[in-house]
Write a protein that binds this ligand. Sequence first.
Ligand SMILES: [Zn+2]
Length: 310
Amino acid sequence: MTTFVYTHDDCLQHDTGPGHPESPQRLEAVLAALRAPEFAALHWEPAPLGSVEQVLRVHATPYVEEVRRSAPREGYHLLDAGDTVMSTGTWNAVMRCVGATCAAVDAVVLGRAANAFCATRPCGHHAEADRAMGFCVFNQAAIAALHARHAHGLARIAVVDFDVHHGNGTQHCFERDPDLFFGSSHQSPFYPGTGARHERGVADNIVNIPLERGTGSATFRRLMRDEMLPALRRFAPELVIVSAGFDAHELDPLGGLAFTDDDYAWITRELLAVAREHAGSRVISTLEGGYSAQGLATGAAAHVRTLLQG
Ligand SMILES: [Zn+2]
């Protein structure tokens, strides 16, 4: 068994317009890095289209219908106040994101894959039940969690999110369900403004680690080791889903944190260890943010290299 990578050309057809940071070039940088000879052992799978039924486990019917209707024949349609854009290719791109994470869950739970990485875009963790937000249309990490529950009967599912931004959409989807865990490290104060320590969910099933601008490896690792990882072990997930954003990388032009490639390898090793102890080694990961082509390429490579080492 090896690491599966899910991707699809449709994810390059989500056109956000000139100068938008969430560009197709981001995904091209990740794919180029993962096609290096050292990654020859990866197993590549085309991301299937997700189903509306999968999306509706997280998102409200009127919102899903609005997104479907909003796809323009040409040009752009704004889904929120300014930064979440739809183009002709967006519907298929976001349904590939959903299909990728759900197929990754299937492959890992059924024992076909050791673990899996979804190299897809756009990101999903800001998307709320009833609205698009922060470049995100549908929340593929949350959708994958509920897919694992409905399709495979897994009871306790965790999402860990190390994107520089707080995953407000995932938190809001999970916070009232004691069998869902969401842990996030993120820059604070920063977009989207949520993710304070006191936001803990109904059963301490939400763990937020806000980080001051400029925070680097030592503080990140200490807080994860002392707070996040013990809480995750107490929760004892049956599946770990990673919202893998690389915009906390020191090279990132939007984020103000200073993570290194080694930090991404470290946190990936730690999450694999928790999954070995509690979750039968079941880990899937999905690409969230990351706006430096170089930081994305080397950060994602460090993450996937560690997944491949198991
Ligand atoms: Zn982000």
